[in-house]
Ligand binder design. Structure first.
Ligand code: ZN
Length: 176
């Protein structure tokens, strides 16, 4: 299957389940989140609008240039985000917002967010494995990127324990 075919199949499936993919810049609460995060990150985070994809409920908010991303990257990104769509369905809005945003702390020790993100990053690894092969899934660069996301500012230092995140990755990679 080509990346374009994978992407087309995934988009069809997602839209049949009521998932909407929308431009972040066109949504007021995403612009508000962008401003809020600039304050929280003390100006270090300037890429929320154009670098990140965010999911709320069945809405996946993408940067304005998303349609120009390579099909493979879009497909892998959407596989990750569809895990969050499923989590919203499973837990409901209220629980998702509380667990993702606040427990036990919003910043620095956000185990709830880390577990929810880990389920999605496991899917990222699986998507890379399926589309690019075993070597790509096991590549140190991908591992470093995932560890950086969990331990760094991208998700407000949600789980700053590198060895713990590495163990999660080891365990996921042991399946493929
Ligand atoms: Zn995520």
């Amino acid at each position: 299957m080509t990346p374009e075919e994978r992407l087309a199949a995934l988009l069809d499936d997602a839209s049949s389940r009521g998932v909407k993919i929308m431009d972040k810049a066109g949504v007021w609460h995403q612009r508000l989140a962008d401003r809020f995060l600039r304050v929280v990150w003390l100006g270090r985070m300037k890429t929320y609008m154009d670098g990140y994809v965010t999911t709320f409920g069945r809405a996946i908010y993408v940067p304005s240039d998303f349609s120009q991303w390579p099909a493979l990257r879009r497909w892998q990104t959407l596989r990750h985000e569809l895990v969050h769509v499923e989590q919203y369905r499973r837990y409901g809005w209220v629980l998702m917002v509380i667990v993702y945003g606040l427990l036990p702390l919003p910043i620095g020790l956000a185990y709830g967010r880390a577990r929810l993100e880990w389920e999605a990053y496991e899917e990222t690894l699986r998507a890379v494995f399926v589309s690019e092969g075993r070597d790509a899934a096991h590549a140190p660069k991908l591992r470093m990127e995932i560890v950086r996301r969990f331990t760094g500012p991208d998700y407000l230092w949600m789980w700053p324990f590198r060895s713990h995140v590495n163990r999660w990755i080891d365990s996921a990679l042991s399946h493929f």
